[in-house]
Design a protein around this ligand. Sequence first.
Ligand code: IMP
Length: 430
Amino acid sequence: MTKNLVVIGSQWGDEGKGKIVDLLTERAAAVVRFQGGHNAGHTLVVEGKTTILHLIPSGILHSNVMSYIANGVVLHLPSLFSEAEELMAAGVSVWEKLRVSNACALIMPSHIALDKAREAAKGAGKIGTTCRGIGPCYEDKIARRGLRLADLQNADNFRTRAEELLNYHNFLLKNFYQAETVDVAATIDEWLSFAPKIAPIICDTTLALEEHRKRGENILYEGAQGAMLDIDHGTYPFVTSSSTASGGAATGTGTGIHKLDFVLAITKAYTTRVGSGPFPTELNNDIGEHLGRVGREIGASTGRKRRTGWIDLPALRRAALNSCFDGICITKLDVLDELATIKICTNYRLDGKIIDIAPLGADELSRCEAIYEEIDGWQSSTIGIREYEKLPEKARQYLEKLEKILEIPIVIISTGPDREETIERKVLLS
Ligand code: IMP
């Protein structure tokens, strides 16, 4: 029985997690974000209305579900407030249903300034970050000089620690990057003014989740970004700064690993990537253009055009190994509908050898050449189909080939942006 479900992206992010989390949250009592920050962009379409969430869990749209932002998340309070206000304007009672861990690391304006300054200094070698301050905030957390939400509760202590941190940031900004510094006093005052507003929703999220578990309720762990952007297992250095693999759900929430029952890997029927870094199946041609246009591949957070390519099984094998996928959810199948032929990257050629799993890190991966198997396209619409048997035969063959090669069942197929446009072959959190 699945009571604790982890939903992560299996590629380089933007696989369509928001919709699936939103759909499955209907059956959960709690949904929790465990890593990343407002660099995520989860697009939900409910009854034709589009909502984009960056920080608040996608389950917030359900009235009887508690949403949690757990310890592993980096928190930019102004973004949280503006997202909450937008949702409240649409009638969502955010303050009643959202709880935030007192251990969340705080993203300060100087983290954002440092992120931008570092990217600018790197020039062509830049990571292509979202410039949201994510990396610099995680750096300070690991270096044990970061500020946490709990620190806001003691103004004197916060002032001392924040002053030290912001002065250090300003030193780097001014002397190393020749960039603009931040106003230390004004920033501290502004952040302290947030304290009373956030206080009512601060909690020990680990204990709160345990209470749900003790009551026998379902919990959904909502990943952000994708497994190949994992800080330890992704295409380093072209990664994000958190644990996007399924293990992040345990560390980011303080949940013991044995309590997590099922890892659902959200996987696009093709591949996209934003930012820099190797991408062996990238298509810089008309087909890539077609995938980008039909799939509307524009970043939900940054508005950047996503790079596009064929599905990449060696990369998925690496992600599956790291995250132990129990099932796959295929999204955006319809984007392939019009194509006469579809390619599946089954292996790479690296330095004259054929390999079937992506090597670790960016250097080796950038030398990999994709080896493809070609199949006929189905060339008919799959949009909105709700039963597996009603999919065109060749579309089923495509899915079954992926299942067979990866040896992982495809349990959900998304056939459109709306909640209803879904085929569920296994009912999770039932
Ligand atoms: P950062 O997370 O802003 O530091 O960016 C690091 C890398 O992760 C860059 O390549 C970003 O484009 C990528 N990234 C961060 N968030 C997302 C996301 O939500 N979807 C896809 N890529 C992302």
